[in-house]
Design a protein around this ligand. Structure first.
Ligand SMILES: [Fe+2]
Length: 305
Protein backbone atom coordinates (compact mmCIF):
# COMPACT_ATOMS: atom_id res chain seq x y z
CA UNK A 1 0.00 0.00 0.00
CA UNK A 2 2.91 2.36 0.74
CA UNK A 3 4.11 1.51 -2.77
CA UNK A 4 0.72 2.35 -4.27
CA UNK A 5 0.78 5.82 -2.71
CA UNK A 6 4.58 6.15 -3.33
CA UNK A 7 4.94 7.06 0.35
CA UNK A 8 8.58 7.97 1.09
CA UNK A 9 9.21 7.52 -2.62
CA UNK A 10 11.29 10.68 -2.84
CA UNK A 11 9.10 12.36 -5.46
CA UNK A 12 5.52 13.56 -5.73
CA UNK A 13 3.54 15.65 -3.27
CA UNK A 14 3.99 14.45 0.32
CA UNK A 15 0.57 15.64 1.52
CA UNK A 16 -1.16 14.03 -1.45
CA UNK A 17 0.69 10.76 -0.82
CA UNK A 18 -0.31 10.86 2.82
CA UNK A 19 -4.01 11.30 1.96
CA UNK A 20 -4.04 8.63 -0.77
CA UNK A 21 -2.20 6.20 1.51
CA UNK A 22 -4.74 6.69 4.27
CA UNK A 23 -7.80 6.46 2.02
CA UNK A 24 -6.48 3.30 0.33
CA UNK A 25 -5.74 1.79 3.73
CA UNK A 26 -9.27 2.52 4.94
CA UNK A 27 -10.73 1.13 1.71
CA UNK A 28 -8.69 -2.09 1.93
CA UNK A 29 -9.71 -2.47 5.56
CA UNK A 30 -13.38 -2.10 4.58
CA UNK A 31 -12.94 -4.74 1.83
CA UNK A 32 -11.48 -7.12 4.42
CA UNK A 33 -13.90 -6.33 7.25
CA UNK A 34 -17.03 -6.56 5.10
CA UNK A 35 -15.65 -9.20 2.72
CA UNK A 36 -16.56 -6.95 -0.21
CA UNK A 37 -16.60 -9.12 -3.34
CA UNK A 38 -14.86 -8.41 -6.65
CA UNK A 39 -18.30 -7.89 -8.22
CA UNK A 40 -19.11 -5.29 -5.57
CA UNK A 41 -15.78 -3.52 -6.08
CA UNK A 42 -16.38 -3.50 -9.85
CA UNK A 43 -19.88 -2.09 -9.32
CA UNK A 44 -18.30 0.69 -7.25
CA UNK A 45 -15.65 1.47 -9.87
CA UNK A 46 -18.30 1.53 -12.58
CA UNK A 47 -20.45 3.79 -10.42
CA UNK A 48 -17.63 6.35 -10.15
CA UNK A 49 -17.33 6.45 -13.93
CA UNK A 50 -21.08 7.02 -14.28
CA UNK A 51 -21.06 9.64 -11.51
CA UNK A 52 -18.43 11.62 -13.42
CA UNK A 53 -20.29 11.25 -16.72
CA UNK A 54 -23.40 12.64 -15.03
CA UNK A 55 -21.36 15.54 -13.61
CA UNK A 56 -22.79 14.79 -10.18
CA UNK A 57 -19.76 14.25 -7.93
CA UNK A 58 -20.31 17.60 -6.19
CA UNK A 59 -24.02 16.85 -5.74
CA UNK A 60 -23.21 13.49 -4.20
CA UNK A 61 -20.72 15.21 -1.87
CA UNK A 62 -23.62 17.23 -0.44
CA UNK A 63 -25.86 14.22 0.11
CA UNK A 64 -23.56 11.29 0.73
CA UNK A 65 -22.48 10.82 4.26
CA UNK A 66 -23.31 9.12 7.45
CA UNK A 67 -26.98 9.51 6.72
CA UNK A 68 -27.66 6.19 8.35
CA UNK A 69 -28.25 7.35 11.88
CA UNK A 70 -26.05 10.41 12.17
CA UNK A 71 -27.71 12.63 9.59
CA UNK A 72 -24.56 14.11 8.17
CA UNK A 73 -23.43 14.68 4.59
CA UNK A 74 -19.79 15.08 3.60
CA UNK A 75 -20.21 18.79 2.76
CA UNK A 76 -22.08 19.41 6.03
CA UNK A 77 -19.33 17.60 7.91
CA UNK A 78 -16.78 20.08 6.54
CA UNK A 79 -19.02 22.91 7.87
CA UNK A 80 -19.09 21.32 11.30
CA UNK A 81 -15.30 21.13 11.27
CA UNK A 82 -15.09 24.84 10.34
CA UNK A 83 -17.56 25.69 13.14
CA UNK A 84 -15.33 23.81 15.57
CA UNK A 85 -12.21 25.59 14.28
CA UNK A 86 -13.96 28.95 14.86
CA UNK A 87 -14.90 27.97 18.38
CA UNK A 88 -11.31 26.92 19.09
CA UNK A 89 -10.08 30.45 18.30
CA UNK A 90 -12.95 32.07 20.20
CA UNK A 91 -14.76 33.28 17.10
CA UNK A 92 -18.52 33.15 17.75
CA UNK A 93 -21.53 35.00 16.44
CA UNK A 94 -22.22 36.00 12.89
CA UNK A 95 -24.68 34.42 10.49
CA UNK A 96 -24.09 30.65 10.55
CA UNK A 97 -22.47 29.08 7.52
CA UNK A 98 -24.10 26.29 5.60
CA UNK A 99 -23.18 24.34 2.50
CA UNK A 100 -22.57 25.95 -0.90
CA UNK A 101 -23.93 23.05 -2.97
CA UNK A 102 -22.88 22.50 -6.58
CA UNK A 103 -25.02 25.04 -8.49
CA UNK A 104 -23.38 28.47 -8.10
CA UNK A 105 -22.51 30.36 -11.28
CA UNK A 106 -20.01 33.22 -11.13
CA UNK A 107 -20.52 36.38 -13.16
CA UNK A 108 -23.98 37.70 -12.20
CA UNK A 109 -24.27 41.42 -12.99
CA UNK A 110 -23.38 43.53 -9.95
CA UNK A 111 -25.95 46.21 -9.06
CA UNK A 112 -26.05 48.87 -6.37
CA UNK A 113 -28.17 47.88 -3.33
CA UNK A 114 -31.14 46.45 -5.26
CA UNK A 115 -31.41 43.92 -8.08
CA UNK A 116 -34.38 42.38 -9.80
CA UNK A 117 -33.30 38.87 -10.73
CA UNK A 118 -36.38 37.16 -12.22
CA UNK A 119 -35.41 37.54 -15.87
CA UNK A 120 -37.71 34.82 -17.17
CA UNK A 121 -41.46 34.55 -16.60
CA UNK A 122 -42.55 31.74 -14.28
CA UNK A 123 -46.33 31.43 -14.13
CA UNK A 124 -46.28 29.18 -11.06
CA UNK A 125 -44.09 31.41 -8.86
CA UNK A 126 -45.32 34.40 -6.88
CA UNK A 127 -43.22 37.51 -6.24
CA UNK A 128 -40.74 37.54 -3.39
CA UNK A 129 -38.57 40.31 -1.95
CA UNK A 130 -35.48 39.27 -0.01
CA UNK A 131 -33.71 42.04 1.85
CA UNK A 132 -31.62 42.80 4.88
CA UNK A 133 -28.62 44.60 6.28
CA UNK A 134 -25.03 43.42 6.18
CA UNK A 135 -23.18 44.19 9.40
CA UNK A 136 -20.04 43.20 11.24
CA UNK A 137 -20.11 41.59 14.67
CA UNK A 138 -20.37 45.09 16.19
CA UNK A 139 -23.75 45.52 14.46
CA UNK A 140 -22.53 48.43 12.32
CA UNK A 141 -23.63 48.36 8.66
CA UNK A 142 -20.96 47.39 6.17
CA UNK A 143 -20.74 49.56 3.06
CA UNK A 144 -19.32 48.02 -0.10
CA UNK A 145 -20.20 44.44 0.87
CA UNK A 146 -21.19 42.25 -2.07
CA UNK A 147 -24.19 39.96 -1.56
CA UNK A 148 -24.77 37.24 -4.13
CA UNK A 149 -27.79 34.98 -4.13
CA UNK A 150 -29.01 32.12 -6.28
CA UNK A 151 -32.06 29.89 -6.11
CA UNK A 152 -34.34 27.54 -8.04
CA UNK A 153 -37.51 28.34 -9.98
CA UNK A 154 -41.00 26.90 -9.44
CA UNK A 155 -39.87 23.58 -10.95
CA UNK A 156 -36.89 23.25 -8.60
CA UNK A 157 -34.45 23.95 -11.47
CA UNK A 158 -31.49 26.35 -11.36
CA UNK A 159 -30.64 28.50 -14.36
CA UNK A 160 -27.50 27.39 -16.25
CA UNK A 161 -28.26 23.80 -15.09
CA UNK A 162 -31.92 23.67 -16.16
CA UNK A 163 -32.50 20.52 -18.25
CA UNK A 164 -35.57 22.13 -19.87
CA UNK A 165 -33.52 25.07 -21.19
CA UNK A 166 -36.27 27.43 -19.99
CA UNK A 167 -34.00 29.87 -18.15
CA UNK A 168 -31.33 32.39 -19.10
CA UNK A 169 -27.94 31.90 -17.43
CA UNK A 170 -28.53 34.43 -14.66
CA UNK A 171 -32.24 34.00 -14.06
CA UNK A 172 -32.77 33.95 -10.27
CA UNK A 173 -29.11 34.78 -9.65
CA UNK A 174 -27.96 38.19 -8.55
CA UNK A 175 -25.25 40.31 -6.99
CA UNK A 176 -25.60 43.64 -5.21
CA UNK A 177 -23.16 45.96 -3.50
CA UNK A 178 -24.30 47.64 -0.29
CA UNK A 179 -24.25 51.38 0.21
CA UNK A 180 -23.49 53.23 3.47
CA UNK A 181 -26.61 51.75 5.11
CA UNK A 182 -25.39 48.18 4.50
CA UNK A 183 -28.71 47.26 2.91
CA UNK A 184 -29.29 44.78 0.09
CA UNK A 185 -32.46 43.73 -1.72
CA UNK A 186 -33.35 41.13 -4.33
CA UNK A 187 -36.69 41.26 -6.15
CA UNK A 188 -37.42 37.76 -7.34
CA UNK A 189 -39.87 34.84 -7.37
CA UNK A 190 -40.58 32.22 -4.75
CA UNK A 191 -38.50 29.06 -5.25
CA UNK A 192 -39.56 25.50 -4.51
CA UNK A 193 -37.38 22.67 -3.25
CA UNK A 194 -34.74 20.98 -5.36
CA UNK A 195 -34.72 17.29 -6.19
CA UNK A 196 -31.71 15.33 -7.44
CA UNK A 197 -32.05 14.46 -11.15
CA UNK A 198 -34.25 11.33 -10.97
CA UNK A 199 -32.18 9.33 -13.49
CA UNK A 200 -28.82 10.54 -12.17
CA UNK A 201 -26.12 8.68 -10.26
CA UNK A 202 -26.77 10.51 -6.99
CA UNK A 203 -30.41 9.46 -6.91
CA UNK A 204 -29.43 5.91 -7.86
CA UNK A 205 -27.15 5.70 -4.84
CA UNK A 206 -29.79 7.25 -2.58
CA UNK A 207 -32.34 4.73 -3.89
CA UNK A 208 -29.98 1.96 -2.83
CA UNK A 209 -29.85 3.48 0.65
CA UNK A 210 -33.61 3.94 0.79
CA UNK A 211 -33.23 7.74 1.01
CA UNK A 212 -34.95 10.53 -0.91
CA UNK A 213 -32.93 13.16 -2.76
CA UNK A 214 -34.97 16.27 -2.03
CA UNK A 215 -34.19 19.59 -0.42
CA UNK A 216 -36.62 22.10 1.09
CA UNK A 217 -37.03 25.41 -0.78
CA UNK A 218 -33.98 27.55 -0.07
CA UNK A 219 -31.92 30.52 -1.24
CA UNK A 220 -28.10 30.46 -1.37
CA UNK A 221 -25.82 33.34 -0.45
CA UNK A 222 -22.21 34.37 -0.76
CA UNK A 223 -21.36 37.57 1.13
CA UNK A 224 -17.99 39.27 0.83
CA UNK A 225 -16.58 42.44 2.32
CA UNK A 226 -12.91 43.34 2.15
CA UNK A 227 -11.89 43.07 5.79
CA UNK A 228 -14.27 40.27 6.81
CA UNK A 229 -14.48 36.57 6.06
CA UNK A 230 -16.55 35.42 3.10
CA UNK A 231 -19.86 33.96 4.29
CA UNK A 232 -21.37 30.97 2.49
CA UNK A 233 -24.90 30.32 3.65
CA UNK A 234 -28.55 29.67 2.71
CA UNK A 235 -31.93 30.22 4.22
CA UNK A 236 -34.87 27.87 4.02
CA UNK A 237 -38.38 29.01 3.17
CA UNK A 238 -40.37 28.84 6.38
CA UNK A 239 -43.11 26.19 6.34
CA UNK A 240 -41.51 23.85 3.79
CA UNK A 241 -42.30 20.29 4.97
CA UNK A 242 -38.75 19.11 4.20
CA UNK A 243 -36.99 21.71 6.36
CA UNK A 244 -35.85 19.04 8.81
CA UNK A 245 -35.62 16.30 6.19
CA UNK A 246 -33.09 17.84 3.79
CA UNK A 247 -31.08 15.24 1.87
CA UNK A 248 -28.03 17.53 2.15
CA UNK A 249 -28.51 18.29 5.88
CA UNK A 250 -28.03 22.04 5.34
CA UNK A 251 -30.86 23.35 7.56
CA UNK A 252 -29.93 25.35 10.67
CA UNK A 253 -32.39 26.80 13.15
CA UNK A 254 -31.00 30.32 12.71
CA UNK A 255 -31.49 30.12 8.94
CA UNK A 256 -35.29 29.93 8.72
CA UNK A 257 -36.43 33.58 8.54
CA UNK A 258 -40.11 34.49 8.70
CA UNK A 259 -42.10 34.94 5.51
CA UNK A 260 -44.51 37.87 5.68
CA UNK A 261 -47.29 38.91 3.33
CA UNK A 262 -47.06 42.45 1.94
CA UNK A 263 -48.74 44.64 -0.61
CA UNK A 264 -47.25 47.38 -2.74
CA UNK A 265 -45.43 45.06 -5.13
CA UNK A 266 -46.67 46.98 -8.19
CA UNK A 267 -44.69 50.04 -7.09
CA UNK A 268 -41.60 47.84 -6.82
CA UNK A 269 -42.09 46.51 -10.35
CA UNK A 270 -43.14 43.05 -9.16
CA UNK A 271 -45.54 40.90 -11.18
CA UNK A 272 -48.32 41.27 -8.59
CA UNK A 273 -49.15 43.78 -5.89
CA UNK A 274 -49.34 41.16 -3.13
CA UNK A 275 -45.96 39.61 -2.48
CA UNK A 276 -43.97 37.65 0.08
CA UNK A 277 -41.24 39.39 2.03
CA UNK A 278 -38.27 37.83 3.78
CA UNK A 279 -35.88 39.86 5.90
CA UNK A 280 -32.56 38.09 6.18
CA UNK A 281 -29.85 40.09 7.91
CA UNK A 282 -26.28 39.04 7.37
CA UNK A 283 -23.57 39.36 10.00
CA UNK A 284 -19.99 38.83 8.85
CA UNK A 285 -17.09 37.71 11.02
CA UNK A 286 -13.59 39.18 11.13
CA UNK A 287 -10.47 37.78 9.51
CA UNK A 288 -8.47 35.34 11.63
CA UNK A 289 -4.89 36.55 12.04
CA UNK A 290 -5.39 38.74 9.00
CA UNK A 291 -6.65 35.88 6.83
CA UNK A 292 -9.94 34.58 5.54
CA UNK A 293 -9.65 30.99 6.73
CA UNK A 294 -13.07 29.94 5.43
CA UNK A 295 -12.44 30.46 1.73
CA UNK A 296 -12.98 27.17 -0.09
CA UNK A 297 -11.30 26.65 -3.46
CA UNK A 298 -13.24 24.42 -5.84
CA UNK A 299 -14.14 24.45 -9.52
CA UNK A 300 -17.18 26.68 -10.06
CA UNK A 301 -19.26 27.35 -13.16
CA UNK A 302 -19.12 30.84 -14.62
CA UNK A 303 -20.93 32.66 -17.40
CA UNK A 304 -21.08 36.09 -18.97
CA UNK A 305 -24.24 38.10 -18.44
FE1 LIG B 1 -29.60 24.84 -3.80
Amino acid sequence: MKAAANLNGGSGDARFQQIVHRLLGDLFKAIDDLDITPDEVRAGVNYLNKLGQDGEAALLAAGLGLGLGLGLGLEKYLDIRMDAADKAVGLEGGTPRTIEGPLYVAGAPLRESVSRIDLNADADAGPLVIHGTVTGLDGKPLAGAVVECWHANSKGFYSHFDPTGAQDDFNLRGAVRTGADGKYEFRTLMPVGYGCPPQGSTQRLLDGLGRHGNRPAHVHFFVTSGDHRKLTTQFNIEGDPLIWDDFAYATREELIPSVTEKTGGAALGLKADAYKDIEFNLTLTPLVQGKDNQIVHRPRASATA
